[in-house]
Design a protein around this ligand. Structure first.
Ligand code: URA
Length: 283
């Protein structure tokens, strides 16, 4: 039986490269099929029979990549095992037969979006500080921050391991003596958000990661997971491709949001938006 797929789809399906990058590899003459350089985009290949090479190396992975997001509940370890016997994220992945690994950590008492995948290369790139992948946290803090304190957080605060790079802070709402904020950072230092808020005198009482790059937690309940949709997995790969390209070109990725920063009112929290994606297994 013939199992033909488009060449760019086959290359993109093996991992790090997005469809766009795969197309670029083909048109720039870096892909060969059965020893012949192919530059035509529509070319169909049979992965069970044809020998595809990129830059002279065989395409390795025949294994499909799996990506899922879990809403980690609080008081759960973000690792797969805990020598102390505490509950870990693995305990919430019932029915997932592929071995997936968490991309980064959340503190034991933090909640929210955790990406898990068996695509090690993509995971490493997402965590690499040079690619500045934004992560947004919905946090409840003690008291209410003044505009000056918010500006300090956004410009960068001094922590014991150095200044933080620029962040973005949005006021969400006030609740009696405390308040909710969204903070977006592009670094991933240990306890970073808690330490930043401590530095401006407003300790974090609750922390929920709601976004990571193009991924949103949506309305997944704590302890629930879902597989990423194809378009979400592609968006992740594209984000990394773009960042790699701009780093290669010596351009610094934007570290500040383009839209103007609102200071005054208290906005609606992002978590109230309904998620309307269908659940499918991504590869
Ligand atoms: N920053 C923190 O302080 N804790 C987390 O779990 C994540 C980010």
């Amino acid at each position: 039986m013939k199992m033909e797929v488009r060449l760019q789809k086959l290359i993109a399906g093996t991992g790090l490269s997005s469809r766009r990058k795969a197309e670029m590899l083909i048109v720039s003459g870096r892909v060969s099929v059965n020893g012949r350089i192919i530059t035509e985009l529509g070319t169909k290949v049979d992965p069970t029979r044809d020998h595809v090479k990129v830059d002279g190396k065989h395409l390795t992975s025949a294994q499909p990549f799996v990506y899922l997001i879990l809403n980690k509940p609080k008081n759960v370890m973000s690792t797969l095992d805990d020598p102390g016997g505490r509950t870990t994220v693995k305990d919430f992945l019932r029915g997932v037969s592929v071995r997936v690994f968490p991309v980064g950590r959340l503190d034991f008492d933090s909640e929210g979006l955790m990406l898990l995948t068996n695509n090690g290369e993509l995971a490493q790139a997402l965590l690499h500080p040079r690619y500045h992948v934004p992560k947004t946290y919905l946090i409840k803090v003690k008291g209410a921050l003044s505009n000056e304190e918010i500006s300090r957080l956004e410009r960068g605060v001094k922590l014991e391991d150095g200044m933080t790079s620029p962040s973005h802070v949005k006021k969400v709402r006030k609740v009696e003596a405390n308040s909710w904020l969204e903070i977006t950072i592009r670094e991933g230092r240990k306890h970073q958000v808690k330490r930043m808020l401590d530095a401006v005198g407003h300790p974090v009482l609750k922390l929920i990661r709601i976004r990571m790059g193009p991924l949103s937690l949506g309305n997944l309940e704590p302890g629930e997971f879902r597989f990423l949709m194809d378009r979400e997995a592609n968006a992740l790969r594209e984000l990394i491709d773009e960042r790699m390209t701009s780093v290669e070109r010596g351009e610094e990725p934007a570290t500040r949001p383009k839209r103007p920063i609102r200071r005054e009112g208290w906005a609606k929290p992002e978590r109230s938006k309904k998620f309307s994606g269908k659940k499918v297994k991504a590869t």
